[in-house]
Write a protein of this length. Structure first.
Length: 113
């Protein structure tokens, strides 16, 4: 009888601990998702008419390495633009230095919001 009672107590304790873990994991996932939604993004559109195709390819290739800051970078060959969407982790000075590295002047930036 004691053995049966111990097994029952063990099963209830195990169930209680497992349910707590699952609830905590769901709560942690929900918080991560909320944090991702709270991160603001900015979109920069650059005119590529005066840029060489190799320079644009190198520019895009380097942006791929910034995956934690740059959400997407697309080339629109029809409108001759380069579109960069980044999150708030990318400091404006970093972007300025990066544009200067590829000789992109401020007059080539169509929009940035």
């Amino acid at each position: 009888m004691k053995t049966l009672l111990l097994i029952l107590c063990f099963m209830l304790l195990n169930q209680f601990l497992f349910s707590q873990t699952t609830d905590n994991q769901k709560l942690a996932e929900a918080k991560k998702f909320e944090n991702k939604l709270g991160i603001s993004t900015k979109k920069m559109v650059i005119n590529t008419i005066n840029l060489s195709t190799t320079s644009i390819r190198e520019f895009k290739k380097e942006l791929l390495g910034w995956s934690h800051k740059v959400i997407s970078s697309d080339i629109d060959s029809i409108q001759k633009t380069f579109i960069i969407i980044h999150n708030s982790k990318l400091h404006p000075l970093e972007m300025t230095d990066f544009l200067e590295k590829y000789h992109i002047k401020s007059d080539a930036i169509i929009s940035y919001n």
